[in-house]
Design a protein around this ligand. Structure first.
Ligand SMILES: *Cc1c(COP(=O)(O)O)cnc(C)c1O
Length: 384
């Protein structure tokens, strides 16, 4: 065994080793699943360990939270039963009469939930155009706006928002900036280091990476009354992650760097191949120089541009859906961030109120041989 240096290992090493875990009693190198829902007390009724009851926190979940907190360079991390569990708990911390600013184009589930809060308990929602910084500035109402929520790159057009500029605008108005960084996992982008107050991920996606766990995560840059309120909301809503899911998430996290880097390489190669394809009206990918916010993407996405891209087919809705129907290597399915490539006609999934163009197909690029992915899309487009 080689001598370990005294300096702190890089995050790549820490994550590959799940925190250099060695079980003190057994020597096991993999953290065990601790399924207990309750934790014993001593004779004087003080706790044996750090835990009381699993809805408030438990060892396997805490292990995963510790790894995620290091990845984000944050102050504290909480895992939730899903991304929506995390987002709804955060929205719960906004008082009636206060407001949220959020982009018009964003993950539709979060936007629907915010609209429902507006209708049911007067938490105002001010929408802005993610591609236009002036629009973001107009959406902020000083003294009223509590949270500015951004998603970058944003589903499913992959608009990129300048995180540092958004953080400055939020702080100038006494608001906090929350970044949905699901499509730019910490291998690529660390919003807290750019001034964001809280970073959100659907851990169902890249963080777990194998399409077999539903989980959400929030990490705070520093302690705050809102963060304390958020933790109370989580326990009250019961939006806690289970130990088995936490164990799978730890296993998935160990290969995060390899998976995200390979997916990014594949996506860039595919985007470049199809950028000027005669059957396409466009390829939307932040890594392309033709992307409207490529400069910002280059500045804040330092480990690649991610695995998410969309194509615009020269054709109508029916022709576009036929392309997804002809794919053989890609699986037509929703979700993203797994090792396998998926294709989705996004408008069909979001329903009649969707503002997504009818000719848009969203791809989650996996870690397969990119030549197979390119050939598959070529054959599917041949008959448009
Ligand atoms: C999937 C997703 C969510 C919601 O997360 P769930 O784990 O499905 O609840 C939120 N934001 C983005 C960008 C997503 O892709």
């Amino acid at each position: 065994m080689s001598e370990r240096s005294n300096s702190k290992p890089s995050i790549r090493t820490t994550i590959a080793q799940a925190g250099h875990f060695i079980d003190r009693e057994t020597g096991a190198v993999i953290p065990a699943i601790q399924p207990s829902t309750t934790f014993a007390r001593k004779k004087d009724y003080s706790l044996v360990g750090d835990y009381i009851y699993s809805r408030n926190g438990s060892p396997t979940v805490a292990h995963a939270e510790g790894l995620l907190c290091e990845l984000e360079e944050g102050f504290e991390t909480r895992l939730f039963a899903s991304g929506m569990g995390a987002a709804s708990a955060l929205v719960e911390t906004v008082d009636s009469g206060q407001r949220i600013a959020a982009p018009t184009i964003m993950y539709h589930g979060v936007k629907s939930w915010m609209l429902r809060q507006q209708a049911m308990r007067d938490v105002g929602l001010d929408l802005f155009d993610a591609a236009d910084p002036a629009s973001l500035a107009r959406a902020i109402i000083p003294g009223k706006t509590a949270i500015i929520w951004i998603e970058t790159p944003a589903n499913p057009t992959w608009d990129v928002i300048d995180i540092k500029a958004a953080a400055d605008a939020a702080h100038a108005a006494g608001a906090i900036l929350v970044v949905d960084s699901t499509c730019a996992p910490p291998v690529i982008s660390k919003p807290l280091t750019l001034g964001a107050d809280i970073v959100f991920h659907s851990a169902t996606k890249y963080l777990n990476g194998h399409s077999d766990v539903t989980a959400g995560v929030l990490t705070a840059r520093e302690a705050s009354p809102r963060w304390e309120s958020l933790k109370q909301a989580q326990v009250g809503l019961g939006a806690t992650l289970g130990s088995f899911e936490a164990y799978l998430l730890i296993r998935g996290l160990r290969t995060l760097f390899l998976r995200v880097e390979q997916a990014s390489r594949n996506a860039l190669a595919l985007a470049k191949h199809f950028e000027k394809h005669p059957k396409l009206a466009g390829v939307l990918y932040p890594g392309l120089e033709s992307h409207a916010q490529h400069k910002i993407a280059k500045k804040q996405m330092t480990g690649g541009f991610g695995g998410m891209l969309s194509i615009l087919v020269k054709g109508d809705e029916a022709q576009t859906r036929r392309v997804t129907g002809r794919l053989k290597v890609f699986t037509p399915a929703t979700s993203l961030g797994g090792v396998e490539s998926l294709a989705e006609h996004r408008k069909s999934v979001e329903g009649p109120h969707s503002i997504v163009p009818e000719n848009l197909i969203r791809f989650s690029i996996g870690i397969e041989d990119v030549a197979d992915l390119i050939a598959d899309l070529e054959q599917a487009l041949a008959e448009v």
